[in-house]
Design a protein around this ligand. Structure first.
Ligand code: ASP
Length: 313
């Protein structure tokens, strides 16, 4: 039985430090190494765990080169016969985007568990060590598979996970679906099956990150104007994800600009800017992003465009 767990560090608040232990917001993210994070959880000592620093950044600054490297290192370790699962320590801000990317590219048959913290490692009551322990627990769980997020005792699937709070330690939600499982004192209370899905394959990310297709998220709102969309099209954007009002509606000025964008060959998908729920209507007419957040849809569209032959080729 494979038993090794590999922890890949990418930075975030879980690796952050502040000069004042009572300060939960005035800290610098991505200061402690993944080895230090592991050492802060004494219960993990002596277990077959390896730690590797893939990046050291605040996840608000997550970039395509880091995604490429993280996906490659994750796939590398998953392919090892002795590895049971991979844990990724990550910032909370863009965690759901990374989860979706890894899910769509790898859809692994072993567990890949993303974890994070809302308080820095120096906090009086830091949440990172417990989250890391829970993440390793899930990664070691027999039968576990797929890309999941473990924060505050909740296990979220990659399709549903959203950061819904800027401050509370329980900052993630799976919305209407609810968490896939809960980790309670080292035991898993599972509500739904592990995530599955066809993998696009790591080859999808083989392109130089500087060449990944440019896809932007635009929003419809009161008083919206179409000039920003026209400027993006003129600047060479390949795709637009529209965070629409309600059930996929857009301001008439945005609608006119989107029609001009479509006419110019730009791919346009609609999803809702509402925090919960999905677009509802005739499935045949709905956008491919109907059930996605705008940020997930951006990843999905970009991956789709990366699978297309280059223009003129
Ligand atoms: N800005 C931080 C990050 O995403 C926030 C966090 O980790 O909670 O890396």
């Amino acid at each position: 039985m494979p038993s090794t767990i590999v922890i890949l560090g990418t930075g975030g608040t879980i690796a952050g430090t502040a000069s004042d232990p009572s300060d939960n917001v005035g800290y610098t993210a991505a200061q402690r190494s993944v080895g230090d994070l592991l050492a802060a959880v004494p219960m993990l000592a002596g277990r077959p765990i390896e730690a590797e620093q893939v990046a050291q950044l605040d996840s608000k600054d997550m970039d395509h080169a880091t995604w490429q490297r993280l996906a490659q290192r994750t796939a590398h370790h998953l392919s090892r016969a002795d590895v049971a699962g991979v844990v990724v320590t990550h910032g909370t801000d863009t965690l759901e985007e990374t989860a979706w990317l890894l899910h769509r590219v790898l859809a692994p048959s072993k567990p890949v568990v993303l974890t994070a913290a809302m308080r820095p490692a120096t906090a009086l009551s830091a949440d990172g060590p417990q989250n890391l322990l829970d993440a390793v627990t899930v990664a070691q769980m027999r039968g576990a598979r797929g890309v999941v997020t473990v924060v505050a005792g909740n296990v979220h699937g990659p399709a549903d996970v959203r950061k819904v709070h800027p401050y509370r330690t329980d900052a993630f939600s799976s919305g209407d679906a609810g968490p896939l499982a809960r980790v309670e004192e080292g035991h898993l209370r599972q509500h739904r099956d592990w995530p599955d899905g066809p993998a696009m394959g790591l080859g999808r990310l083989a392109v130089d990150p500087a060449e990944w297709p440019w896809v932007e998220v635009v929003t419809s709102h009161a008083g919206a104007r179409g000039g920003g969309i026209d400027a993006l099209v003129a600047a060479g954007v390949r795709g637009l994800v529209v965070a629409c009002t309600g059930n996929g509606t857009v301001h008439h000025a945005v609608d006119a600009a989107l029609q001009r964008a479509t006419h110019a060959g730009v791919l346009v998908w609609r999803c809702t800017r509402c925090a919960g729920g999905v677009l509802v209507g005739d499935p045949a007419l709905l956008s491919p992003a109907a059930a996605m957040s705008p940020w997930q849809a951006r990843v999905e569209m970009m991956l789709g465009l990366m699978g297309e032959p280059p223009a003129g080729g």
